[in-house]
Design a protein. Structure first.
Length: 340
C-alpha cells in the first residue's frame, strides 16, 4: 500500500436489501476510479440482540418503531448475491471487499478469496474475531472509531502474535459519528497512531463532503475509506453521511491529484520546468541610465531587470565604487569587463 493511496468506496448497507442497487453501487465505484468497493457481511442474529435500540443517527432515516435487529435483518446480503457481485466487480475492473462482523462471515469471505480483511470499529475489542481474521494470514485493515490507544495496541498485538508483519497492517483513524462534526475529526490523531505503532495509517471518513478525506491524504494517509450512495435521500441508516456519485468521482480525482503533488524526494531543488522558467523570470543587473567612461557607480545606478543571463543582483556589492572603463547605455546589461 506504500506507493499509492488505496481508495475504498464503502457501499456498506446502502443497497437497502436490493440486488439491483448493489450492482449499481459497484458500477458507480468503478466509474469513480476507486480501488475497492466494500460491502458488509453479517447475520443479524450473530450481530445484535433483538432488544437492542438503534443509534440516534440510525433512527433519523429509518422506521422509528423498528429495532436495530429488525433494521439490520433487512440489510443482510443473501449468500446467492455474492457470485453476482463478484462477477460484476470483475466486469468493471474493481476489487470486491466486504467487512465481516462475525466468525462465520470471516470464514465465508475467506472462501471468496478477498485480498484483505477489514476490522470494523465496533469489533476492535472482539478478540475471537480478531484471532480468526489473523489466522487467515492476509493483510488487515483496522478501523479505530471509539477506540483508545491501549485498545488499538491490544488489537495490533493479536495480529503480530499470529505472524502478520507491520507491513501487512493498516490502521484507520476514524470517528464513529454519522456524520462526524468537523470539531470531532481530530485528524492529527492519525499521525499519532502512525508514530506510536510504526504502521501505515489511513482515514475512514464519516464527515460530510470530501474535504477531510483529501486533507488526510495530505497528512500521509495511505488508505481512504468513504461511504457512498446512489441517492442521499434514500431511506437507510448511512445514506445521509454518504457521498453521491458525482461527489465520489470528485473525491477520487482530488486524491489522485494530491498524491502526485506530495510525491517527490522532499529536497528543495529547482524542477526541470523551473530551470526553464528561471531564465525568463530571474533578473540581471542593468544600468539605470547612460554613464560616461570613468564614472564610479553607486547602488542606485543599477536596476535589476529580466531576463537572467548577466550578473545576478545578489552580486551588486561587488560592483559598488568601481569605475567604468567605457561608456554604457541606459538599461544595458552589466558586464564585468565594463569596469577598470
Amino acid at each position: 500500500m506504500k506507493d499509492r493511496v488505496i481508495i475504498i468506496a464503502e457501499a456498506g448497507v446502502n443497497h437497502n436489501g436490493n440486488l439491483e442497487k448493489a450492482i449499481k453501487l459497484i458500477d458507480v465505484a468503478a466509474k469513480a476510479g476507486a480501488d475497492f468497493v466494500k460491502f458488509q457481511t453479517f447475520s443479524s442474529k450473530r450481530l445484535v440482540t433483538k432488544q437492542a435500540q438503534k443509534a440516534a443517527y440510525q433512527s433519523e432515516n429509518t422506521l422509528l418503531k423498528e429495532s436495530q435487529f429488525e433494521m439490520l435483518r433487512q440489510l443482510e446480503i443473501p449468500l446467492d448475491w455474492y457470485p453476482k457481485l463478484l462477477q460484476r466487480c470483475d466486469e468493471k475492473g474493481i476489487d470486491f471487499l466486504s467487512t465481516g462482523f462475525d466468525i462465520q462471515s470471516i470464514d465465508f469471505l475467506d472462501q471468496l478469496g478477498q485480498k484483505f480483511f477489514k476490522v470494523p470499529s465496533g469489533e476492535i475489542t472482539h478478540k475471537s474475531l480478531l484471532r480468526k481474521i489473523a489466522q487467515k494470514k492476509r493483510p488487515v485493515i483496522i478501523s479505530t472509531g471509539m477506540a483508545t490507544m491501549p485498545e488499538i495496541n491490544a488489537a495490533v498485538e493479536i495480529f503480530l502474535q499470529e505472524g502478520l508483519t507491520k507491513e501487512e497492517i493498516t490502521i484507520l483513524h476514524c470517528t464513529t459519528a454519522y456524520p462526524t462534526p468537523l470539531n470531532e475529526v481530530n485528524l492529527k490523531a492519525m499521525k499519532t497512531i502512525e508514530h506510536e505503532f510504526g504502521i501505515d495509517v489511513g482515514y475512514s471518513d464519516h464527515t460530510l463532503g470530501t474535504s477531510v478525506a483529501i486533507a488526510a491524504v495530505g497528512l500521509g494517509a495511505k488508505l481512504i475509506e468513504k461511504h457512498f450512495t446512489l441517492d442521499k435521500n434514500l431511506s437507510g441508516p448511512d445514506h445521509n453521511a454518504s457521498l453521491e456519485p458525482d461527489e465520489l468521482i470528485y473525491m477520487v480525482k482530488s486524491i489522485r491529484e494530491v498524491t502526485r503533488a506530495i510525491s517527490g524526494t522532499g529536497k528543495k531543488t529547482p524542477t526541470l520546468a523551473e530551470i526553464e522558467n528561471k531564465k525568463i523570470i530571474r533578473k540581471s543587473l542593468c544600468y539605470v541610465k547612460s554613464f560616461e567612461k570613468g564614472n564610479k557607480l553607486k547602488e542606485e545606478d543599477f536596476i535589476a531587470l529580466r531576463p537572467e543571463g548577466g550578473i545576478s543582483p545578489m552580486q551588486i556589492d561587488d560592483l559598488l565604487g568601481k569605475s567604468l572603463k567605457q561608456p554604457v547605455n541606459q538599461f544595458q546589461e552589466v558586464k564585468l569587463n565594463d569596469f577598470i
